[in-house]
Design a protein around this ligand. Structure first.
Ligand code: RNT
Ligand code: ZN
Length: 417
């Protein structure tokens, strides 16, 4: 421990040389919570329809042993992950993770089916976020949900979404922190459609119906997620970026920017300040696309750092809800959570450890030489020591110590499933 303290003192001095107060950075970081995607734990299966395959154009690949098969196992695994993640965070649930033994369909979900999660969250001082699950269900088999040409299909999904918002409101009331309820619809065509207008008109009408009840933003915040294409919807995706942005700006909803939902040369770090110029708040699905929307575990790469920089430099962090969205079935799922979440937190710390005001002055005085010099020099600053210190004061494992804990858990628990 003392070794790290010394390292930290040295790092503190180095950062102070360029005008950065590491203690302040740490303090700010402690106030930022990440919404951890529950669905990494069981490959987006949920508990309601065990027999249904994953549809909607998203895929989990891999068959790593030990996935959570029921709610107890999922909770046990999340707890293990939380032990390795510094700070207090949120859990992001999908409707299919209902805590009930009853056989219910998605148009029957109710607050009573999620009471167990409230209890769970309260005990951990965590907030909850929510998502209607508009995929992996027979009513979504046509590839369309709320924009279907079939009214009975639309009505089914509208009902599911209306109920989802009520559950979000209930979470918000019970936990004293607003629930972000995110709407994502896989609707689209594999091949070139005739009519690109009508499905969008139907989706707009369905959304108007879903959002017709006014719910206090103190309790529930609606977000709407866009996408360029999905597997099986390569030629046409109803909830395109323009559609989603238009709807959200006009109807005072949050856009959800998923890092994997754009053309591979586009990055969400640049979209954050643009979207927030015209909406009050924003939801992020921090993910990692590898050639497509593959939802790889988030790594500490340039784009993740740029996302964090966009939030911190622009003073946008208090208007942004940071959610994670990845699901890798080829590695230890607890480790996936730990790696992805720690990386998001690390990226925020990295952004807080920048002399942002000084760099803005440099930029505004056209000194692009110094700008580049500073950014490059910062890359080799003693960041690790500050990160270790943050883990230490939060009582979680430093360095690779967390891996030993997760490996032990794998040997003792996961492998026996
Ligand atoms: C799919 C969207 C969506 C899902 C989750 C499981 O492309 O990104 O957010 O990944 O709801
Ligand atoms: Zn997403």
């Amino acid at each position: 421990m003392s070794e790290h303290m010394n390292e930290y003192e040295y790092a503190k001095k180095r950062y102070l040389d360029i005008g950065v107060d590491t203690d302040k950075a740490i303090e700010k970081l402690g106030k930022t919570s990440i919404s951890i995607n529950c669905w990494q734990g069981d490959d987006v299966e949920g508990f309601l329809f065990k027999e249904n395959e994953l549809t909607g154009g998203i895929q989990t690949t891999g068959n790593y042993p030990g996935k959570a098969r029921n709610i107890e196992e999922l909770r046990q695994d999340i707890d293990m992950a939380l032990k390795c993640i510094p700070g207090t965070h949120r859990l992001n649930l999908h409707s299919i993770y209902a805590d009930t033994d009853k056989k219910i369909d998605l148009d029957e979900i109710d607050t009573e089916h999620y009471v167990g999660w409230i209890q769970w969250a309260k005990e951990r001082n965590m907030g909850l976020d929510f998502n209607p699950t508009c995929f992996s269900h027979k009513m979504a088999d046509s590839g369309f949900t709320v924009s279907s040409v079939d009214k009975s299909v639309r009505d089914f999904w509208i009902e599911h979404c209306v109920r989802s918002r009520k559950i979000g409101e209930y979470f918000g009331k019970q936990l004293g922190t607003p629930c972000v309820t995110n709407f994502w619809f896989p609707d689209g065509y594999k091949d070139i459609p005739i009519d690109r207008e009508a499905p969008r008109r139907r989706m707009k009408e369905s959304l108007d119906a879903i959002f017709s009840e006014k719910i206090d933003k103190k309790y529930n915040l609606d977000a709407f997620e866009s996408k360029v294409f999905g597997i099986g919807a390569e030629s046409y995706t109803v909830a395109s970026h323009e559609f989603v942005m238009g709807y959200c700006v006009k109807n005072d909803k949050m856009v959800c920017l998923d890092a994997g939902h754009f053309h591979p040369t586009e990055v969400i770090s640049d979209k954050i300040p643009s979207v927030l110029m015209f909406t009050d708040e924003l939801l992020l699905h921090v993910s990692r696309p590898v050639r497509w929307d593959s939802d790889h575990v988030v790594i500490f790469d340039d784009e993740l750092k740029q996302i964090a920089h966009s939030l911190v430099r622009g003073g946008l962090i208090n208007r942004t809800h940071i959610g994670l969205d990845f699901f890798d079935a080829s590695i230890n799922r607890v480790a996936a959570w730990v790696i992805g979440t720690r990386n998001m937190i690390k990226a925020l710390l990295y952004a807080y450890l920048e002399p942002t005001e000084k760099l803005k002055e440099i930029e505004n005085s056209f000194d692009y030489t110094s700008r580049l010099a500073y950014l490059e020099e910062l890359k080799t600053f003693p960041f690790e020591a500050v990160w270790n210190h943050y883990c230490e004061i939060n009582g979680v494992a430093q360095g690779l110590d967390w891996l030993d804990m997760v490996k032990k858990y794998e040997r003792e628990i996961l492998i026996k499933r």
